[in-house]
Design a protein around this ligand. Structure first.
Ligand SMILES: Cc1cc2nc3c(=O)[nH]c(=O)nc-3n(C[C@H](O)[C@H](O)[C@H](O)COP(=O)(O)OP(=O)(O)OC[C@H]3O[C@@H](n4cnc5c(N)ncnc54)[C@H](O)[C@@H]3O)c2cc1C
Length: 304
């Protein structure tokens, strides 16, 4: 295919074929990517994305793979694994802040900030995945979310090139942003600057440890995608699933956790089809019992 050859001769990072994606996801599920490239800096990320746009090659960015369910048939086109992880703190700035490439791990950045006496991101302790994924989905927990801390996002836009955007321009909402709603495939997050707050190291660490301990008590360990559904207004998806009697339900090796009804766990060899069947069952049962349509928080990626 001439277009593919042109793309391959243009990019400088190695591009592999038929790469199984399960190991790059938190749920350990997913078939192969036709083409797969790992990038290690935002310049590499920008160059590969730019070339994919230029040669009309469909692509998806994979951060930590902690908010996606990849189909068993895998992903057509190119998957770009974001390993761009440079992080720089500016403790003297007002407010203190951290600039990080979008492949940096959110929880790790929060921990590094804590060690410098810089708080604000305590809520992020224990949330897996990258800053890029966190911005796209406005990750949050315990009353905090990315939208509250984002000073600037460096975005590569298909039409507009590299741009710097403020939080107000990103249309953040509950587990959503303009990047997710309107700009999927049209814009990628290259880097972020987050606002921090000076606080005693021990106070920050104590709060983070408390939140991680809470997660350990309330969420199942092992391979999962985190919360499967968004909480409907005024209620909790986990409560509805539990009230519908579905906790512990298993299809193949996919199981609705006994600990938390909104967590679907891979007990070993679960396929995407197993998880999808559990999703359908939960949505159908909750709709029939309570008249509530559960909306996916995770994203279905690939060929379904
Ligand atoms: C055990 C567990 C607990 C969790 N707890 C929470 C929680 O408390 N709160 C919460 O909000 N979430 C939670 N999650 C979900 C998940 O961690 C977050 O949604 C996280 O921010 C996703 O980041 P990621 O890098 O893994 O994104 P991925 O899953 O890799 O990608 C998600 C989407 O973002 C896109 N994307 C990723 N990077 C970029 C980029 N640089 N530019 C453009 N698009 C990009 C992808 O293409 C995809 O569409 C949890 C997940 C697990 C497994």
């Amino acid at each position: 295919m001439p277009t593919l050859d042109a793309f391959l001769s243009r990019v400088t990072v190695p591009v592999e074929r038929d790469v199984p994606l399960a190991r790059y996801t938190a749920a350990r599920i997913g078939g192969p990517a036709d083409l797969f490239a790992a990038v290690h800096s935002v310049d590499e990320l920008a160059a590969v994305v730019q070339a994919a746009w230029e040669y009309a090659l469909p692509f998806h960015i994979l951060g930590g793979g902690s908010n996606v369910l990849i189909s068993d048939a895998g992903v057509r086109g190119l998957v770009i694994l974001n390993r761009a992880r440079a992080v720089r703190f500016d403790a003297e700035a007002t407010p203190p802040q951290v600039w990080a490439e979008s492949g940096a791990n959110l929880g790790a950045v929060a921990r590094q900030a804590a060690a410098l006496g810089l708080g604000g991101l305590e809520w992020a302790a224990g949330i897996p995945g990258t800053l890029g994924g966190a911005v796209v989905g406005n990750a949050g927990a315990h009353g905090g979310e990315i939208a509250d801390h984002l000073l600037l996002a460096e975005i590569l836009h298909r039409e507009g090139g590299r741009q710097t955007m403020r939080a107000a321009e990103l249309g953040f909402a509950y587990r959503s942003s303009r990047l997710k709603r309107d700009l999927a495939g049209q814009a990628v997050v290259l880097a972020t600057s987050l606002r921090l707050e000076r606080r005693p190291v021990e106070a920050i660490r104590a709060r983070m440890d408390e939140l991680v301990a809470y997660r350990r008590r309330t969420q199942p360990p092992g391979a999962s995608m985190g919360s499967m559904f968004k909480n409907p207004p005024g209620d909790y998806a986990g409560r509805l699933i539990e009230a519908a009697g579905l906790k512990g339900t298993r299809i193949g090796d996919a199981e609705i956790s006994l600990l938390h009804g909104n967590f679907f766990v891979n007990r070993g060899q679960a396929t995407a089809a197993d998880v999808r069947a559990l999703i359908d069952l939960a949505q159908r049962t909750v709709a029939e019992r309570f008249g509530v349509q559960l909306e996916l928080e995770i994203e279905l990626l690939g060929e379904w």
